[in-house]
Design a protein around this ligand. Structure first.
Ligand SMILES: Cc1cc2nc3c(=O)[nH]c(=O)nc-3n(C[C@H](O)[C@H](O)[C@H](O)COP(=O)(O)O)c2cc1C
Length: 326
């Protein structure tokens, strides 16, 4: 049987990644996913360094399995150098680079080399094919393509179209992300050329996730058409559930020029994720969740989420041979 390269590279048993989620994928969820055989990524991209270090230490208390931290891959050398010191001190198994848009190949090569030398594997999340190719050339160990179905910051292309294009072009093992929450989604991702899946929204409703219970209820109750993208006009598209905040953000985008809107959105959006995730404010907080939320019907342990998806995926892949074209 062909070996799963994602599992091999990351030294994990099950090809499922819990994506980094600010204010959401903290130590309890990350450890639960890693203990269940997948890999969890701490959502600490914009967090103060003390918080990053504290979260790594907390996670290590809860698991001895591999886990990762996320880094925003922008040319902010002070930030990247500080993170490099954390990588040297704490030696996380994985450094997970968020690319936003237009990944810089020289910058990536420089830091990937440093993090590799310190013993970490590099996962890159790309939202365009160009960035996926740059990440591959810069030496990423694993590349994720994330479609616009997903929760949080997104691109403009779907997982369905990004995955096969990336599969045709990159050498590194490929992971599909965005709009996957069950075995059917995972089987589709594999058919498109991925070797693993990343999920965020599905883990929002995990038992171990340390967010306000209102958020988990909102995910479980969500229907199709409940999520919306804000920030398209200012090039910061972000998928969240519709509420008073998203109405206010879209109103600003409709009424002002791009530059004006960018200025006005900042204070309205500031701390909005924390307001939802930590305080449970479902109206004025950014309830980031993806289009797949309606498939999530219950709050259950991360291990159960992972195992049920793998079981269903395996059954589908087995039974699909009976599909007839005649
Ligand atoms: C609440 C929430 C917060 C997120 N925060 C981040 C983040 O800080 N950095 C990041 O790279 N991705 C972030 N994401 C995206 C996830 O890592 C993942 O790529 C995405 O959720 C996958 O799509 P899905 O929601 O359809 O499963 C976030 C997603 C959610 C739902």
């Amino acid at each position: 049987m062909k070996k799963n390269r994602v599992c091999e590279v990351l030294s994990i048993e099950k090809p499922i990644i819990c994506g980094p989620m600010a204010w959401t994928s903290t130590a309890p969820l990350v450890a639960a996913v890693s203990n269940a055989g997948g890999i969890g990524i701490l959502g600490v991209g914009f967090a103060p360094l003390e918080f990053v270090e504290e979260q790594i230490r907390e996670t290590k208390k809860l698991t001895d399995k591999p886990f990762g931290i996320n880094v925003i891959m922008i040319p902010d050398f002070t930030l990247l150098d500080k993170i490099t010191k954390v990588v040297a001190d704490e030696q996380p198994a994985v450094v997970y680079a968020d690319t936003l848009l237009d990944l810089d190949e020289k910058l990536s090569k420089t830091y990937f080399e440093k993090w590799h030398k310190l013993g970490s594997k590099i996962i890159v999340k790309a939202s365009t094919i160009k960035d996926a190719v740059v990440a591959d050339q810069a030496g990423a160990d694993i590349i994720i393509v994330k479609g616009w179905e997903g929760g949080g910051h997104v691109s403009y292309e779907t997982t369905m179209v990004l995955t096969p294009q990336a599969a045709d072009l990159i050498k590194a093992p490929l992971v599909a992300s965005g709009g996957i929450a069950d075995g059917r989604g995972m089987a589709a991702a594999i058919a498109l050329g991925a070797e693993a899946v990343e999920m965020g929204t599905a883990f929002l409703a995990a038992k171990e996730t340390a967010v306000h219970s209102n958020v988990k209820q909102a995910v479980v109750m969500a229907q199709d058409m409940d999520s919306i993208i804000t920030g398209s006009s200012t090039d910061e598209p972000c998928r969240q559930l519709k509420n008073t905040l998203s109405d206010a953000l879209l109103k600003i985008e409709a009424e002002y020029t791009k530059a004006e809107a960018a200025e006005l959105l900042r204070p309205v959006a500031e701390s909005s994720l924390k307001k939802a995730m930590a305080e449970g404010d479902m109206e004025n907080g950014a309830v980031m969740a993806g289009q797949i939320a309606p498939l999530i019907k219950q709050i259950r342990p991360a291990a159960e989420i992972i195992d049920s998806i793998l079981k269903e995926c395996k059954e589908i892949l087995k039974n699909i041979q009976q599909f007839s074209f005649n």
